[in-house]
Design a protein around this ligand. Structure first.
Ligand code: HAM
Length: 415
C-alpha cells in the first residue's frame, strides 16, 4: 500500500465541510472589511523566501521543500504567504491601484517540521495583508478583522499577545545588547542556539529548551529597545484596540520566526492548544517590498493556521458547517429509480440535501443504510405509493411515517 507523505493529511468528509465552512466565512468577513482574495502559486523561486523570511530563520535554513526543476532552477514550495503577496504586488504593479490594497488568501503551505499535534508539513493558512499604510489604524483594522472573524466563529477565550520589535535600527542595537548579556552564558546554550548566535541571535529568545529559557529570562526584552516613535505607534495600536473592546496582552519578549517584521507583531493563543501551538501570527513589514526590489510600501497582516483553528473550532460553528443531515430517497419498485432521481434534482435545486439509493437495496436494507448514514428522513418509493402518486415519508428521529403526494414532498422536507 502506498501511504501519504509524512506530515500531510487527508481531510475526509464530513470534516471537509468544516474546512469549506471556515473558508467561506473567512472570505465573507474579510471581504466585508474590503479584503479581496488573491490566489498565488504554491511554487515560487527559492530566492523569494531567502530574501524575505530570511536566511538565518529556521524556516529558510532547515524547513523548506526546495528542489531543482528540469532546467536547474531552484524552486520552493511556499512555506508562508506574505512573501508571495509582496512578489505579486511588485510584479503586477499593484501599486498603481488605489491604496491601501487589501488582500486575503488561503491555501496550503509547506514546512519540513518535526511532527506533533497541530504541526504538519503541509498545512493551510488563511491570511490577510494590508499594503500601503503605515498608520497605527492600519494595524488596528487588521487585528479588528481577525478578532471579528474569530468572534463570528464563536471563539471567546482566545488571547491576543502583542509586542513591539522596534525598527530595524533598534533591532541592530538590541542584538548587540542581547549578545553582550548572553555572552557569559554562551557555552550553556543548546546546539541550535549556538548556531543562532551568528545567524539569527533573536531566535535564541524563542528557544523552547528549558536551560535556554532560563538564561533568556534575565535578558532585556526586545520591546525595551524600541525607539520612541515605534513605541508611540504600538501604544496607539493597543489603545485604539481597547476603545473597540479588544484587549491584548503585552508580551515584551515575543519575537516571530520571520525576519521581515518591525514594530507591531502579534499572535493569537488558544488556551486549548497551549502557548506553544500558536493559532495565528502576524505583524508589520514596512521594508519587505522595498527589500525585494519594489517601491517603498509598508504592510501589515497575519495568517491563521487553519488546521489548528479547526481543531479547536467551537461546537456551534462546527454544527453549522456540518450542515443538515441528508434525506435518503429509496426507490423499491420497478421504475421508481427514475422518479427518485427526478426528485433528487428538485430537492437539489431547492437546496435540500438528498441522496438516492442507487445500488438496488431492498426496503429493509435501504432503511438500515439510511440509518447508518444518519439520514433525517427517508422517502420510500414503493409500488403502492407510486400508483397513488405519493411517497412514504419516514422521519427517522421520531420513527413516524406519513404518506405525502409527490408534488408536496419538497415542502414537507424543508428542514
Ligand atoms: P507564521 O507564524 O509562521 O507566520 O505562521 C502563521 C500561522 O500558521 C501559525 O500561527 C500557525 O497557526 C500556522 N502554522 C505555521 N506552521 C505550521 C505547521 N507546521 N503546521 C500547522 N500550522 C502551522 C506567517 O506565516 C506569516 N506569513 C504571517 C503573516 C502574514 N505576517 C504578516 N502577514
Amino acid at each position: 500500500m502506498i501511504r501519504k507523505v509524512k506530515g500531510t493529511r487527508d481531510i475526509l468528509p464530513p470534516d471537509s465541510r468544516l474546512w469549506a465552512g471556515v473558508e467561506a466565512e473567512a472570505l465573507r468577513i474579510f471581504s466585508s472589511f474590503g479584503y479581496d482574495e488573491i490566489r498565488l502559486p504554491v511554487l515560487e523561486p527559492t530566492d523569494l523566501f531567502v530574501r524575505s523570511v530570511g536566511e538565518g530563520t529556521d524556516i529558510v535554513s532547515k524547513e523548506m521543500y526546495t528542489f531543482s526543476d528540469p532546467k536547474g532552477r531552484s524552486l520552493t514550495l511556499r512555506p508562508e504567504g506574505t512573501a508571495g503577496v509582496a512578489r505579486a504586488y511588485i510584479e503586477n504593479g499593484l501599486g498603481q491601484r488605489p491604496q491601501p490594497l487589501r488582500l486575503a488568501y488561503m491555501g496550503p503551505m509547506f514546512r519540513y517540521e518535526k511532527m506533533q499535534r497541530g504541526r504538519y508539513r503541509q498545512f493551510s493558512q488563511i491570511g490577510i495583508e494590508l499594503l500601503g499604510s503605515s498608520t497605527p489604524e492600519a494595524d488596528v483594522e487588521v487585528i479588528l478583522a481577525l478578532h471579528t472573524f474569530l468572534a463570528v466563529l464563536g471563539f471567546d477565550d482566545l488571547v491576543i499577545v502583542l509586542n513591539n520589535l522596534g525598527d530595524p535600527e533598534d533591532r541592530q542595537r538590541y542584538i548587540a545588547l542581547l549578545k553582550k548579556e548572553l555572552a557569559p552564558h554562551r557555552e550553556r546554550l543548546c546546539g541550535d542556539c549556538q548556531r543562532r548566535w551568528d545567524e539569527n541571535p533573536l531566535r535564541i529568545l524563542d528557544c523552547k529548551v528549558p536551560s535556554c529559557r532560563e538564561i533568556v529570562e534575565d535578558t532585556t526584552p526586545v520591546a525595551e529597545a524600541a525607539s520612541a516613535e515605534s513605541r508611540a505607534h504600538v501604544d496607539a495600536v493597543e489603545l485604539e484596540l481597547a476603545d473597540l473592546g479588544i484587549t491584548v496582552r503585552r508580551a515584551p519578549r515575543l519575537v516571530r520566526g520571520l525576519d521581515y517584521y518591525l514594530r507591531t507583531v502579534f499572535e493569537v493563543i488558544s488556551p486549548e492548544l497551549g502557548e506553544n501551538t500558536v493559532l495565528c501570527g502576524g505583524g508589520r513589514y514596512d521594508r519587505l517590498i522595498a527589500d525585494l526590489g519594489g517601491p517603498q510600501v509598508p504592510g501589515i497582516g497575519f495568517a491563521i493556521g487553519e488546521d489548528r483553528l479547526i481543531e479547536v473550532l467551537p461546537a456551534a460553528a462546527r454544527d453549522r458547517f456540518l450542515g443538515e443531515r441528508a434525506v435518503v430517497l429509496l426507490p423499491v419498485a420497478e421504475g421508481a429509480a427514475a422518479v427518485a432521481l427526478g426528485l433528487a434534482r428538485d430537492l437539489a435545486l431547492a437546496g435540500i440535501r438528498a441522496e438516492v439509493e442507487v445500488t438496488g437495496r431492498s426496503l429493509r436494507a435501504g432503511l438500515k443504510w439510511a440509518a447508518k448514514l444518519g439520514a433525517r428522513a427517508v422517502v420510500i418509493l414503493g409500488e403502492d405509493e407510486l400508483a397513488a402518486g405519493e411517497a412514504a415519508l419516514r422521519h427517522m428521529d421520531a420513527g413516524e411515517q406519513e404518506r405525502v403526494p409527490l408534488e408536496r414532498l419538497r415542502e414537507a422536507l424543508v428542514p
